[in-house]
Design a protein around this ligand. Structure first.
Ligand code: ADP
Length: 466
């Protein structure tokens, strides 16, 4: 397994290497072909110029060439790598570079061969000649045979120039490679550092230390997202841990009170100190009811853990369903002197009737629990106007104690209770709303709450018609 730093820096270097190799090959090819072209053209123009000079030399002297002119043109041509032989009309050789200086000529050809081979070991060249006719006023006066190292040749300066260009490319490539490795390591470190921090944080979370969030100064979106996700994970786990701890202490407390009452009262009755009078038995019965409610709540947690809530979807008269629920619960509300109203429009939807009723029961039980005497609770059913898919809306509105703003984002979490003080006998274990949300989610619906402490709460569920 390789580190991120190694991977990124080697990818960088490889990329630069590839770019420079491609660039090197391409520019080599380009330089070479340009030079070849130049060499060809140079020989051709030089040869044409020599023929021209010879013609004007001939014309200048009137009839034939002066030997000084021939030598001047011939030596100048030799300096440009061309060996000339001037022949007159009768075929007599008037001036020959080889005859003039054989040693210089062969040295020059050898030097050219060396130049070409040093540049390209496979270069297949050799001495070549080309004859150019010389004419004065359209009258042929002879010809010049121009010999050179062919098919084309580079002078020593040309070779030096090409070599310098190639060296420049090579060292440029090397230096860029060096810097690209440095840059790669630098960039990779910058990327790897925050990731390492996130890894450390994830390991701390794995050990149960959720509290220290990862700080990042990175401006890379994925890293910022990763850091946020890990921090969120830590926070969620920390919250879950707190809720779990709270649950066990709540359960212990809730169990202890009824069990203690039952034990002490029963003891007194067994010892004959107390008579089992109806009032006392009623008190004991209430305690068993408390225990039973606790057990129901605990079994609901189990249901919530079971992620696959199996729905039995059926065309349901939702209006009628909540109408029956209203009737069923009206007595409870009346007992607590709370006005309980139901407003509805006809709604038919493909839902699980039992689960839908459960949603209503949970929300209404809470409304009943948290609304003081002479308050009002309204159950409202209508069609939703703002949802993407056609949905119905169920609203449970109360004039109860309300929920503080800081608790609003959490009340649908399991075991979350606004007031965890155990003295509040009214409270459950903080799972009613978590169950409600799970049921709404199973119907692909949404649930939200609007509430203000002291004025009441409004729970709004929107569920697709199916
Ligand atoms: P519980 O079973 O303890 O009532 P829930 O999940 O049903 O738990 O509710 C979570 C918390 O939300 C409760 O502790 C309660 O404080 C608050 N709550 C729920 N419904 C209402 C309401 N209608 N008015 C005021 N507070 C509410």
């Amino acid at each position: 397994m390789n580190s991120l730093v190694f991977k990124i820096s080697s990818a960088f270097s490889l990329m630069i290497l590839l770019i420079f190799s491609a660039l090197g090959l391409f520019s080599n090819y380009f330089i070479e072909s340009q030079f070849r072209q130049y060499a060809f053209e140079r020989t051709a123009t030089d040869s044409a110029a020599i023929a021209e000079q010879l013609a004007s030399g001939y014309a200048h002297s009137g009839d034939g060439w002066e030997s000084g002119t021939l030598e001047g043109i011939g030596v100048a041509a030799m300096e440009r790598g061309l060996l000339i032989r001037v022949i007159d009309e009768s075929g007599a050789v008037l001036w020959d570079a080889r005859r003039h200086n054989e040693g210089f000529c062969s040295d020059m050809l050898m030097q050219m061969e060396m130049n070409m081979l040093s540049h390209n070991a496979d270069f297949d060249g050799g001495y070549e000649e080309k004859e150019y006719p010389i004419a004065v006023s359209d009258q042929p006066v002879g010809s010049v045979v121009i010999g050179y190292y062919g098919p084309y040749f580079y002078s020593s300066d040309d070779v030096k120039y090409i070599d310098a260009l190639q060296r420049l490319l090579f060292y440029g490539g090397l230096i860029s490679l060096f810097f690209s490795v440095l840059l790669g390591v630098f960039v990779a470190r910058r990327i790897a550092r925050p990731i390492t921090r996130v890894i450390d944080s994830a390991s701390r979370i794995a050990l149960g230390r959720y509290a220290t969030p990862v700080q990042t100064t990175s401006r890379t979106r994925e890293i910022v997202d990763l850091t946020k996700t890990i921090n969120h994970l830590g926070e969620t786990l920390a919250e879950q841990e707190t809720l779990r701890k709270r649950l066990s202490s709540d359960v212990a407390h809730e169990l202890r009170t009824p069990v203690t009452v039952l034990q002490s009262h029963l003891e007194l009755m067994i010892e004959g100190v107390w008579q089992p009078e109806p009032d006392r038995l009623k008190k004991l019965y209430e305690e068993t009811q408390r225990l039973s409610r606790l057990i129901t709540d605990l079994s609901k947690i189990q249901a919530l853990e079971d992620e696959n809530l199996n729905l039995h979807l059926e065309e349901t008269d939702v209006d009628q369903l909540f109408g029956e629920l209203h009737k069923m619960m009206l007595g409870e509300f009346t007992k607590h002197n709370i006005d309980f109203e139901y407003h509805s429009v006809p709604v038919t939807a493909r839902v699980d009737g039992d689960k839908l009723k459960q949603i209503g029961v949970n929300l209404l039980t809470n409304a009943l629990r948290y609304t003081p005497e002479f308050g009002q609770v309204i159950l409202h059913l209508d069609l939703s106007k703002c949802t993407r898919v056609p949905s119905f809306r169920l609203t449970v509105e109360d004039t109860g104690i309300g929920i503080p703003e800081k608790d609003l984002p959490h009340i649908f979490e399991r075991f979350y209770r606004v007031d965890p003080s155990r003295s509040k006998a009214s409270g459950g274990l903080g799972i009613g709303l978590a169950i409600t949300k799970a049921l709404v989610d199973a119907h692909h619906g949404t649930i939200r709450v609007e509430s203000r402490p002291g004025s009441g709460s409004r729970f709004i569920c929107e569920i697709p018609l199916g």
